[in-house]
Each structure stands twice: as structure tokens, then as C-alpha cells.
Design a protein around this ligand. Structure first.
Ligand SMILES: Nc1ncnc2c1ncn2[C@@H]1O[C@H](COP(=O)(O)OP(=O)(O)OP(=O)(O)O)[C@@H](O)[C@H]1O
Ligand SMILES: [Mg+2]
Length: 222
């Protein structure tokens, strides 16, 4: 069973043009795939549909064997909470919480914070080299450090799929490269499948396979 399957997925926002045009894509479990494409080509929309945040206008999406169109809003929200971790360009950390509190947030929200979960927070922060910053306010961190915290938060509940929308878009080239490598390695360690959007050909080259979106049409890149 694949992690993610798009079968001829099209998306048109109300009153708008076709943003995704019969996109088909199969992401095997454990694979790390990159999507590139110009601004406005539909990359974020593709990730939002994969996450069940947006719904396809036509076609079907399967997430670990579950057909998203057969689920209601609540079902999609629960599947997203349990199976998907999201990483964004602008890290979306809570500025008044510490590093460890930001990483632990998904467990706090789910009401499952525990000693075991605190160990997991420590493990992930150690993995990204930020264990000694656990008690610091996230406001003291650099951009690259903030994104490492956001990656730990996305991985906390051991999602089987990580969707990352330009995770290095706000970082300089060197930091972006470091963060991308860390994200790829961490997903590898955790056995998580990764789909990431990037503007960088160099970072796309690190993926197991690359896809290009041109005005909503997805093609496999060589
Ligand atoms: N909620 C929405 N309602 C209406 N139109 C939308 C909505 N979200 C996206 N769009 C439109 O869909 C098209 C694709 O947007 P999308 O955000 O997926 O592009 P993108 O490839 O991620 O671009 P960027 O590289 O700038 O982030 C754009 O024309 C955008 O205006
Ligand atoms: Mg986008």
C-alpha cells in the first residue's frame, strides 16, 4: 500500500481557474519526493489536498489506503492529526513558549503529554542538535534553528507522512541545505514518507524522485 496516491486529481477554487489539472502521483511508503514549479503553479494546493485541508474538485486521493473523499471533515481532521506532519516556510512557532514546549505542542493539544512524550521531545531535539536550547524561548533562535524546532514538532506524534511546503524558503542557502538534509535524514530515521516543495533544483536533487508542476499539470522530472 502506498503512502499517498493521487488519481487524476483536479482542483478549481470557487469562481477560479483550474489550479490542478488531472494530477496523478503515487508516493511509496518511506520515499522522499520533491515537487518544484513556478509561483502559482499549484504546489501548496497539492500539499493541502494531500493533507485533507483542501478537497479535490475531481479525482481521488488515498492516504495510507484511506480514500479522503469518503471521509467527512472530522474524519479528515483525525486522519491528518494521526498520519500527517506539516512543515511550512514560516515556521509557525508560538513565540511565548519554550523550544521544548513548541515541540510538545501536538501532544499537549491531543491531551497525550506524558513522561514518554517528554522523552520523545528530548530525543528529537537531540537529533537536530538543539537539546541544550530546550528551555530557551523560541524567539531567541535563528531561522534555521526555528525550522529545526518545527521539524521536531511535525515528527512528534510519529506521523507516517511529512508534507513540507518550501521548508527552506526563509533560510539562506547554506542553512537551507543543512535543514533540508536534516529533514531528509530525520524522515529516514523515523521511517516517515516525505513530500516537499522547493524552489531549489539543488535541494530537489536530494529527493528519491522529482516532479514539476506547470500550471497545474504534474510531470515526472528526469
Ligand atoms: N483558497 C484559495 N482560493 C482561491 N484561489 C486559491 C486559493 N488557494 C490558492 N489559490 C490559487 O491557486 C493557484 C495556485 O496557488 P498555490 O498556492 O497552490 O501555488 P504555489 O505553487 O504554492 O505558489 P508559490 O510558489 O507562490 O507558493 C494560485 O493562482 C492561487 O491564487
Ligand atoms: Mg506555495
Amino acid at each position: 500500500m502506498s503512502a499517498l496516491v493521487f488519481d487524476k486529481v483536479s482542483k478549481r477554487f470557487e469562481g477560479g481557474r483550474l489550479v490542478l489539472d488531472a494530477v496523478s502521483l503515487e508516493v511509496p511508503r518511506g520515499a522522499r519526493y520533491a515537487v518544484v514549479g513556478r509561483s502559482g503553479s499549484g504546489k501548496s494546493t497539492l500539499l493541502h489536498i494531500a493533507a485533507g485541508i483542501e478537497v479535490a474538485t475531481q479525482g481521488t486521493v488515498g492516504l495510507f489506503g484511506k480514500a479522503l473523499h469518503e471521509l467527512d471533515d472530522r474524519g479528515r481532521t483525525l486522519l491528518r492529526r494521526d498520519a500527517v506532519g506539516l512543515v511550512f516556510q514560516s515556521f509557525f512557532l508560538l513565540p511565548h513558549l519554550s523550544v521544548a514546549e513548541n515541540v510538545g505542542l501536538p501532544a499537549m493539544i491531543a491531551g497525550t503529554m506524558s513522561g514518554r512524550m517528554r522523552d520523545r521531545v528530548r530525543h528529537l531535539l537531540t537529533r537536530v542538535g538543539l537539546a541544550d536550547r530546550s528551555a530557551d524561548s523560541v524567539q531567541k533562535l535563528s531561522g534555521g534553528e526555528m525550522q529545526r524546532v518545527a521539524i521536531c514538532r511535525a515528527l512528534l506524534l510519529s506521523p507516517k507522512l511529512i508534507l513540507a511546503d518550501e521548508p527552506t524558503g526563509n533560510l539562506d542557502d547554506v542553512t537551507g541545505r543543512e535543514v533540508m538534509r536534516l529533514l531528509l535524514e530525520a524522515c529516514g530515521d523515523e521511517g516517515a514518507t516525505l513530500v516537499y516543495v522547493t524552489h531549489s533544483q539543488e535541494l530537489a536533487a536530494l529527493a528519491d524522485a522529482r516532479f514539476v508542476l506547470h500550471s497545474g499539470v504534474l510531470e515526472k522530472a528526469p
